[in-house]
Design a protein. Sequence first.
Length: 322
Amino acid sequence: MSTRTKLLKLLQEADGQYVSGQLIGENLQVTRNAIWKAVTQLKKDGYEIESKTNMGYRLAKGNDLLTLDSVMADLRVPCNIKVLDTVTSTNDLAKAETLSHKPLAIIANKQSKGKGRLGRAFESPGGTGLYMTIALKPAFDLDKALFVTMASAVATCRAIEKVCGVHAEIKWVNDIFYRNKKICGILTEAQTNFETGKIDSLIIGTGINCFPGSFPEAIKDIAGPVSDQAGSFSRGRLAAELINETVDVLETIGEKRFFDEYRSRCFILGREITIHPNYNDEGIRARGLDIADDGGLIVEYLEGPEKEKTETLHTGEISISI
């Protein structure tokens, strides 16, 4: 455990009271310079830490802290919970766990090696986002697996709407948008048993941009936060509702009750989009028409040799821009 994480835990346990530099040094077995560096890093990650001469440091009231208690208070489904400050990747940690009959949720304030689709990095700064993986042994067969990402997207929108009071939309297949900005990405992974036709473990990783922060140059015009005001909602409550909604929607995934809601939230239907075959930079203009029963995107081409023809696309073939 890093000095930064140990210091954060110590200040959380102090419950708003000042902790002297001497006491911090004795508890953490570090120098005052190491304490100052840890405080600087915590401030950079969005924590508001007050300091006062001869009194020490304390966490200011109003910090939105991700704690086990803040998640458990709103959890209504059976689930094992782990809440951590900084991790490499919640998905990677979940894969290393031995799953029981109950789902497992690993929740982090910050990721140093967050993962997106196709091996891309997912920016995961501390203090401004929610990074969580739900791992479980599903009861459904392998043929239902292709709907997991879609169902998870609907569950995420429901949780955001319930906690944050905003209407989130979906860009096929698994990007969550609000105010024309991407606020969330979902990465689903599975370990399957082809002999039994069952999924041995299902890993659903979700990263939500909750509050304002700095985005890398490459995505600053695309990404945005759920709220423009830091601390305007509880990330702990959002994590709890995301678990609640995900478990609920997966229990009936075979009935596809979420399908109509997915269609209604998929904002690219009826709009002009650009299709990038094989994920390259060359785009083809098309119009999103509908979601096929197998989860594919039905499009009508507006240019090229396939102009005016319709086709059903699947995630392994293309990417979409708007």
